[in-house]
Design a protein around this ligand. Structure first.
Ligand code: FDA
Length: 303
């Protein structure tokens, strides 16, 4: 049943017509709970409030699977404007980008050019940029582009999805790269990815522990309290400095736990999605946890 719901919402997340139609309506149908707004200016007060509570943020100007050059260029401009604003407003905030929003499905060299321009601005503004990991079809090209970019721009990192069989092997090449560790949000074939929660969780713990013992900064991105509690024990046992890692969660999820982790002295970062292209992101959150739908229904009736 859970797998059917997952397939259903992932199917919707890939539906072009629904994605295009949703853009016209703005974040609706409860998506506001998980998508902070449509324009960056309007979200600055939210970032400030989180920063005052010792929570840093990573901003995702939503968009993916772009097939039109001008749309990719428009996304690039928006991201560069955001970087300037983060700098000018002195926000404790970095930026997450998706290569398919910046033209990876159009032409690889066009995408690289767009990201290089973003990284130039990010360097000047002293803001870190993280490349989100998308579907497995983009995995090899994302790692290849990351390695190429890092020759000139050390201020860029990416994500390792622990549902992939290759995750652990590929870590060895990324020892000095700032990484975010996640379980993985897309529907992948059993030829490339683990299917069971047990296997994915086990791989998450293995990879996160390996990273925590290394010297590069790691973001542990999960809402799973079993994983977080086991890693907290590991961190204490190995006396790992809290400067070397942070916990990350998505905006709108497990807010009490976010504040509790900060209270316990851990670094914490909230991933804040915003923009008009909210539909695919929102459907993936429902696919991960269909109970999120209950929260939305409750919101609709009781607020
Ligand atoms: P999972 O959904 O497996 O839940 C495990 C358990 O935790 C549940 O059984 C429940 O007990 C508890 N739980 C979870 N959510 C809860 C809630 N809201 N309330 C109460 N209990 C809850 N993916 C990707 O492919 N590429 C990427 O770049 C990113 N980036 C990213 C950034 C950040 C900051 C996060 C947090 C996640 C991502 N992801 C991602 C998504 C990620 O791959 C994964 O799909 C989701 O985080 C869901 O998996 P979890 O680890 O949160 O636990």
């Amino acid at each position: 049943m859970a797998s059917l719901a997952k397939d259903f919402f992932i199917g919707l997340s890939n539906n072009d017509f629904l994605n295009q139609s949703a853009k016209k309506f703005g974040a609706r149908f409860g998506a506001e709970r998980f998508v902070a707004g449509t324009v960056f200016d309007a979200i600055i007060p939210t970032i400030r409030q989180l920063n005052q509570k010792q929570i840093s943020c990573t901003m995702d100007h939503l968009g993916e699977f772009v097939t039109d050059r001008s749309e990719a260029e428009h996304a690039k401009e928006k991201i560069m404007d955001m970087l300037h604003q983060i700098h000018e407003e002195n926000l404790d905030c970095h930026v997450s980008i998706k290569l398919t929003q910046l033209g990876l499905d159009i032409e690889e060299s066009f995408c690289i050019q767009n990201v290089e321009q973003i990284l130039e601005v990010a360097d000047a503004c002293d803001v870190f940029v993280n490349i989100d990991m998308e579907k497995y079809t983009h995995y090899d090209s994302t790692l290849k582009i990351l390695k190429l970019l890092r020759k000139n721009y050390p201020n860029v990192g990416t994500v390792i999805q622990t549902y992939l069989y290759d995750a652990e092997k590929d870590l060895s090449d990324l020892e000095d790269v700032r990484l975010r560790i996640v379980k993985g949000a897309y529907k992948e074939d059993s030829s490339v990815a683990y299917g069971s929660k047990d296997e994915i969780d086990k791989n998450f713990l293995k990879i996160a522990k390996k990273r925590l013992l290394g010297s590069a900064f790691t973001s542990i991105a999960t809402h799973d309290h079993h994983i977080i509690n086991e890693l907290k024990k590991f961190i204490a046992e190995h006396q790992i400095s809290t400067d070397n890692f942070e916990f990350q969660m998505l905006y709108g999820f497990r807010i009490d736990m976010q504040h509790q982790l900060v209270k316990e002295g851990y670094r914490f970062c909230t991933y804040i999605p915003f923009g008009e292209d909210w539909f695919g992101y929102f459907m993936r959150r429902l696919a991960e946890r269909p109970q999120n739908l209950n929260l939305l229904v409750k919101d609709a009736f009781y607020t």
